[in-house]
Design a protein around this ligand. Structure first.
Ligand SMILES: NC(=O)c1ccc[n+]([C@@H]2O[C@H](COP(=O)([O-])OP(=O)(O)OC[C@H]3O[C@@H](n4cnc5c(N)ncnc54)[C@H](OP(=O)(O)O)[C@@H]3O)[C@@H](O)[C@H]2O)c1
Length: 325
């Protein structure tokens, strides 16, 4: 299942509105097929693994990170494909909360004589599926807030000089972060001041993330969709509302890259699920620009709290990742 989860991660940022799923087929102790959700969401992981295994799928065990689908969408149901292929046993990590599936996939397998084991590596699978689960269960994509800052949390000097606070390795890491998100979001002021590319560079043919600018005012000239840039969507209003709208449009994982006013309003609304910080070994002082705008907190108890899940040295900087409690 851990191998299947590693395959599933390949699809993150690439398969919305579908979940990123991995599948490994094992017969007599040997892997006979491997699959993961393909760009745009199909073929599904099971279809790819079954095609690779061919006749070797007969009598095999399928490890699938999410319950196989049961509905006739643009592709036939994967649960039926597993039955037809003669798989003997199916091991899944999570029940699919999508109301079109919700246990129906498992219910197709059992009466066909297939042994089913559920809930294997469930916690890891929940982490991989965080975006999809958020969209189905909360109606909005999961939101990561990224901040690259000095030791004291500043993103520019008082005069506005900000390039570069973190080193080239951390900036490459941000590219990897964009790769596993469906969309990259910035505030209107950042779009106007920096005209950021918000795209993936030097990574070959990849699905570019959707560019989201939160603004009520006209946008500056930003590169058109295609030619190395994803679609450009302008949203505005209350964060609670536009996040639901982004979920309805199919996004599962959104990365906010600032600025401080937008970041603060997302934090105030309790919409930030993950924080990723890059801290550099320089100090900009109280006259430097704060990475996050005012939150208006009177009591410590009201501060949004996060739990540390990862730290890593990246070149001369430190990356730290936190999840909402
Ligand atoms: N070094 C870094 O890592 C980094 C990263 C990002 C930004 N920056 C810098 O930060 C500066 C801009 O940041 P900022 O904090 O001033 O502005 P910002 O957060 O980028 O943008 C704020 C603007 O977003 C729009 N907005 C619309 N609806 C909103 C909502 N519900 N909640 C919040 N905002 C909403 C508003 O613009 P409208 O009036 O258009 O509606 C608002 O003025 C720039 O100088 C940029 O270079 C630095």
């Amino acid at each position: 299942m851990r191998h299947a989860l590693a395959l599933a991660r390949r699809g993150l940022g690439n398969v919305w509105p579908n979940p990123a799923v991995g599948c490994v087929l094992v017969r007599c102790g040997a892997v006979v097929g491997r699959g993961w959700t393909q760009p745009g969401g199909r073929p599904h992981a099971e279809a790819m693994a079954l095609a690779q295994a061919g006749e070797a799928a007969r009598g095999a065990t399928a490890y699938v990170t999410l319950e196989p689908c049961a509905h006739h969408g643009k592709t036939p149901p994967c649960a039926e494909a597993l039955v037809r292929a003669g798989v003997a046993r199916v091991v899944t990590a999570l029940t699919d909360p999508d109301p079109r599936v919700a246990g129906r996939g498992h219910a197709i397998l059992r009466p066909a004589g297939i042994e089913v084991a559920e809930g294997i590596c469930e916690a890891e699978a929940r982490e991989v599926q965080r975006g999809f689960l958020s969209r189905i269960q909360q109606g909005r994509p999961t939101l990561t807030l990224k901040l690259a800052a000095s030791f004291d949390g500043r993103i520019a000097t008082g005069s506005g000089e900000s390039q570069w606070i973190t080193g080239a390795p951390a900036r490459r890491h941000v590219q990897a972060l964009r790769l596993c998100h469906d969309a990259v979001m910035v505030g209107g002021e950042t779009a106007r001041a920096d005209r950021p590319g918000l795209n993936l560079r030097g990574l070959g043919p990849v699905r570019q993330p959707v560019r989201i600018v939160v603004s009520t005012r006209p946008l500056p000239d930003l590169p058109a969709e295609g030619t190395g840039h994803g679609p450009l969507w302008q949203v505005a209003g209350r964060p609670e509302d536009f996040m639901v709208e982004l979920g309805a449009r199919g996004l599962t994982r959104v990365l906010c890259e600032g600025g401080g006013v937008l970041a603060a309003s997302l934090l105030r609304a309790g919409l930030v699920d993950q924080l990723i910080g890059y801290s550099a070994g320089l100090v900009l002082g109280g006259d430097g620009r704060a990475g996050i705008g005012a939150l208006g907190l009177a009591r410590l108890a009201d501060a949004p709290r996060f739990r540390l899940v990862e730290t890593r040295r990246i070149g001369p900087d430190v990356m730290h990742r936190w999840l909402r409690d």
